[in-house]
Write a protein that binds this ligand. Sequence first.
Ligand code: 17E
Ligand code: FE2
Length: 462
Amino acid sequence: MRMIVRDARLYAGDGEVAPGRADVLVEDGRIARVVPYEEPPPGTDGDAGTGPGTDALAEARTDARTRVVDAHGALLAPPFVEPHIHLDTALTAGEPRWNASGTLWEGIACWSERKETLTREDVVDRATEVLRWQAAQGVLHVRTHCDVTDGRLLALDALAEVRDRVRDVIGLQIVAFPQEGIRSFPDGERLMTEAVRRGADVVGAIPHFEDTREDGVESLRFAFALAEREGLRVDAHCDEIDDEQSRFVEVLATLALRSGLRGRATASHTTAMGSYNGAYSYKLQRILARSGISLVCNPFANLGLQGRFDAYPRRRGLTQVKEMLAAGVNVAFGHDDVMDPWNPLGTGSPLQTALTGVYAAQLTGTDEIATAFAMVTDRAARVLGLGEEYGIAEGRPANFVLLPAGSPFDAVRRQVRPRYVVARGRVVAETPYQATRLDWPGEEGEMIDFVRRRDAAAWQRL
Ligand code: 17E
Ligand code: FE2
């Protein structure tokens, strides 16, 4: 199957847009050519697209089976990447009871009760549902945590089945996540090892939940040893607590630095960092930058969960996003929960995550808002280690989204849905351009999409 997307603005990574516009030829599931777009000569049929820069596409264009999409200058970006979600717990909010205190701890207790009633179909159904929502919104790479503190490892087997089934659309990574601890849960170490044997892609941990500081450190050593032995990455829930004495991220970073896992480890949440003093934060920035670890901030969950034990003034309880970005650390935003004991809401939308992250982390500069887009695309792709598999360039898999927006900033602000989602060269989702017709004094039927009228006119032709 062949497809041409013509006259697109190309996302260049880290919130930037490449100069000019391009035509992209897709062939056999890959991006075959990327060439500069040039305006067709005046008086010719625009759709014939005979600008000199498009010569390379001439043959494909004359083939009636080639699907030609005119982007009218819309933003063509690699797909959204979900670096942190819990598909095993998704869509269980209120079962068997609601999290009344709103704390992480009561959420874990609710889930522990729900876990006893899990069946394979139950997990497959809920996980698949949320992945369908994400694919529809252009998320084509997902890293899910999966609770393995369950003697049956039922959710793990179910998610492995889902991973195989969705393979043609979504690349799914499964983290063996010890929700109730590696050292503090009976048989925790064996369950982690067994989860890896059964096909987990990434090794997790939860050091702040372990009974003692020493158990927490030991659990990280165990996770790194297992990951190194099996050639896997590490992604730990780390310091998700409003306790400034929770300092496991320094241990994680140091283990990454000293093991063979430099650049292959991630610390998720790290909310205690929101309570660290300036002197320690400065020291930490240096360790994190040297270690090559990534951080994943999950603004929905942690705006909701943290600070619950504080009187006023109440802490924000988020990791140091702005400071760690400035220190050169790779930071991404994750959705975390979708309608489960830790977050009653959620649609799996990466742009909702990015927008919430902008406010949560005060990334309100124009460049910072563009960076928030990177944090749910290419920065998240670095967390997953997607490498050359990801990005709009010749030879790479044809995975991308066409966004009815002029820039990453605009996409975050207007919360647009992709006009097209393309997975391995196939259009897997289409959303008709949405605008509201407004009758306004002196004018009738103007379409409103929260942009200046001249831009809206272009998107309406998409
Ligand atoms: N489990 C956990 O330990 N922390 C979270 N934020 C979620 C589950 C969602
Ligand atoms: Fe999480």
